[in-house]
Design a protein around this ligand. Structure first.
Ligand code: NAD
Ligand code: GLY
Length: 364
């Protein structure tokens, strides 16, 4: 087992990475009261809930099992967590445990932030995406019919347990979606890490525990460093959104769930790299490298053929990063160095969108 810390003063917390963490981490020791509410969903609970409960023999352990899916990340389903907490008489010393992917983690974190004005919570992320991204950094919340993740809070967990064994039951598309975020860290922050990912991509695709643990550890280390510098995203934290503005446009256009978030981010990162190359920043060989690693991780590198440039512009203009009507993007100076900028020639963005728009495929 390896351990690292998100350094946020008195709100600092450990991330544990390894196999069989239910056995190797003293979970009860992380819980200060006598009550625990485990939040999971109907897919994950049958696989891992009993194992988790066995590690908490001396406590009052209750559970809420949510339906599975992004469409249930709503205030209504958040309320079912509060209902359970109140019904089972949980007090201010209770601890919530999120056992699930990013949807369960984001909802549990927000419930913890607001139940009795804030109680402890622990993240046990079960997808690669949630292990390397959403469980770390304290962004919590739910969707509103008018916008994704629009209701929420910054609220840090007390600990994160990223267990590589849990990933064995993950569907292949979900694994690839998580790899998109792993590749993102190499592209924005650490070329040496990208070299390592390139050399180990087959081991990662095959869920080899040692390779997964290394990828998770290095990804979390980068995220922890960025979050420690800018917890509330006043500046540098926005680099974690490489490819996300293009990606969100794809997700919205296609309807949530058609493209997984990580798949859309994969295509989005290639588009961001393409624009960075047109700006004279990223070299042709770095652009080709980006595409090759995304393809090796079985990720799309093109948006859906039906999406026209105008549709992209329309959707990208409502992104959270838009300031004074100008689209701001995370772009790459080179592999390992990201910038957040709105000063690019719109004609070059148009070229990127046209480059990836392949109308001939529409007639297929
Ligand atoms: P998810 O939580 O929907 O999980 C994906 C699917 O995999 C679900 O069907 C889930 O039930 C299933 N699953 C999870 N673990 C499994 C396992 N071990 N075995 C078998 N099946 C398993 O999706 P996700 O990709 O983990 O997270 C996406 C969510 O995370 C989005 O809501 C997004 O907004 C959010 N997010 C938040 C942050 C943040 O910083 N808070 C960052 C990125 C994404
Ligand atoms: N996933 C982006 C962030 O946590 O800031």
């Amino acid at each position: 087992m390896r351990q690292l810390t998100v350094e946020l003063g008195e709100r600092s917390y450990p991330i544990y990475v390894g196999e069989n963490l239910f056995k190797t981490v003293d979970l009860q020791g992380l819980i200060k009261g006598k009550q625990v509410m485990i939040v999971s969903n109907e897919t994950i609970a049958p696989l891992y809930l009993d194992q988790l409960k066995q590690q908490l023999p001396d406590l009052q352990v209750d559970e809420v099992i949510l339906p599975d899916g992004e469409s249930f990340k709503t205030l209504e389903h958040l309320n079912s967590i509060f209902d359970a907490l109140l019904r089972m008489k949980h007090n201010r010393t209770t601890t919530l445990i999120a056992l699930g992917g990013g949807v369960v983690g984001d909802m549990t974190g927000f419930a913890a932030a607001s139940y009795q004005r804030g109680v402890d919570f622990i993240q046990i992320p079960t997808t690669l995406l949630s292990q390397v991204d959403s469980s770390v950094g304290g962004k919590t919340g739910v969707n509103h019919p008018l916008g994704k993740n629009m209701i929420g809070a910054f609220y840090q967990p007390k600990a994160v347990l990223a267990d590589t064994k849990i990933l064995r039951s993950l569907p292949p598309r979900e694994l690839a979606a998580g790899l998109a975020e792993v590749i993102k860290y190499g592209l924005i922050y650490d070329e040496t890490f990208l070299n390592w990912i390139e050399a180990n991509i087959e081991q990662l695709n095959n869920l080899e525990p040692k390779a997964l643990a290394e990828a998770i550890y290095r990804s979390c280390k980068i995220k922890a460093e960025v979050v420690a510098q800018d917890e509330r995203e006043g500046g540098i934290r926005a680099i974690l959104n490489l490819g996300h503005t293009f990606g969100h446009a794809i997700e919205t256009d296609q309807g949530y769930g058609t493209w997984l978030h990580g798949e859309a981010v994969g295509a989005g990162m290639q588009m961001a790299a393409d624009l960075s190359n047109r700006l004279g920043w990223m070299s042709d060989s770095d652009l080709a490298r980006t595409q090759a690693i995304l393809k090796a991780a079985h990720l799309p590198t093109e948006p859906p053929p039906s999406m026209e440039p105008q549709r992209f512009i329309e959707l990208m203009s409502v992104d959270k990063k838009v300031l004074d009507g100008r689209i701001r993007l995370v772009l790459l100076k080179r592999i390992g160095e990201a910038v957040i900028t709105d000063s690019f020639d719109p004609a070059l963005l148009q070229q990127t969108l046209e480059q990836h728009y392949a109308p001939e495929t529409l007639t297929e």
